[in-house]
Design a protein around this ligand. Structure first.
Ligand code: SAM
Length: 280
């Protein structure tokens, strides 16, 4: 029987056919291991008939795994050669399955041909956090997902206050829901082999803690707080909160936050409280 997923031989043949030299700039590392693909699809809990969003399908490794599980896949790929080839690969390897390819930059898409409920992706590493935040902001139908990211980024996304790796991305991710590390992935399953390790990160969307205006204000405060991570909030937020450290301390006190604390000690609820106190 012909294979339903891409192994090393198929990856090599496709890359040769398309004359593709993977680029670092686009984070092009392709998975050539069917077991890894099936593990990701299983971990994601993909249901037959549901619409799944994939970012960066590349040569189609994960796409074929999602289609095999019975998902309707919307795949957004920035590289025109890869986007053009994907429907052909799928027709040959898994005829009769449902794929829509969108040739676009995932950081810019604001409309999709459908309402995906789940995100499953092996994200391009250099833009993984901005892509995640952009998708969560623009596609409220996405209620959960599993993404493969650089290990360092995955641990940051899943970190809580007080952790050494807790930072701006952790707070912003927490705005949208809860995050967890869902597994490790060996760098040997990729071609070319990257020089970093990867993890699977899972998220479940939660109730948004505030309005869209409050989200923007909260994220601006988060950016300022972590730009000067070692400083007390009354200093790092002075420009945003009235111009002096005394005015900032006043806002922080009204928010119930110790002006001498640092951003790394605060959760998303406290950052939101500061944004609300500043707007009041
Ligand atoms: N999903 C494939 C796999 O697992 O083998 C490829 C994953 S590879 C790590 C990342 C993919 O994202 C590449 O195909 C790359 O061209 C694509 N990509 C990079 N930047 C992108 C962007 N801003 N929007 C959409 N796709 C992007």
């Amino acid at each position: 029987a012909s294979p339903r997923l891409l192994g090393p031989a198929e990856i090599r043949d496709l890359a040769e056919l398309l004359d593709v030299t993977p680029t670092k700039k686009l984070g092009q590392n392709f998975v050539h291991d069917g077991n890894t693909v099936r593990r990701i699809v299983q971990t994601a809990g993909v249901q037959r008939g549901e619409t799944v969003l994939e970012i960066g399908p590349g040569l189609g490794s994960l796409t074929l795994g999602l289609l095999e599980a019975g998902a309707d896949v919307i795949a957004v790929e920035i590289d025109g050669r890869l986007a053009a080839q994907l429907p052909h690969t799928v027709t040959i390897m898994q005829p009769g399955t449902r794929l829509t390819v969108v040739h676009d930059d995932a950081l810019r898409v604001t409309e999709l041909p459908g309402d995906p409920v789940r995100l499953v992706a092996n994200l391009p590493y250099n833009v993984s956090v901005p892509v995640l935040l952009h998708l969560l902001e623009h596609f409220p139908s996405l209620h959960s997902g599993i993404v493969m990211v650089q290990a360092e980024v995955g641990h940051r996304l899943a970190a809580g206050p007080g952790s050494k790796v807790y930072g701006g991305p952790s707070v912003k991710a927490a705005w949208y829901g809860s995050w967890r590390i869902a597994g490790q992935v060996s760098r040997m399953v990729f071609w070319p082999v990257p020089n970093v390790d990867s993890v699977l990160v899972g998220f479940e969307r939660g109730e948004q803690p505030g309005t869209e205006d409050e989200r923007r204000a909260t994220f601006a405060i988060v950016d300022a707080a972590f730009q000067q991570r070692r400083k007390m909030l009354r200093q790092s937020l002075s420009q945003l909160l009235g111009g002096t450290s005394a005015s900032a301390a006043g806002v922080l006190e009204r928010a119930g936050v110790d002006p001498q604390s640092r951003g790394e000690e605060l959760g998303v609820a406290e950052f939101l409280a500061i944004a609300r106190a500043a707007a009041a």
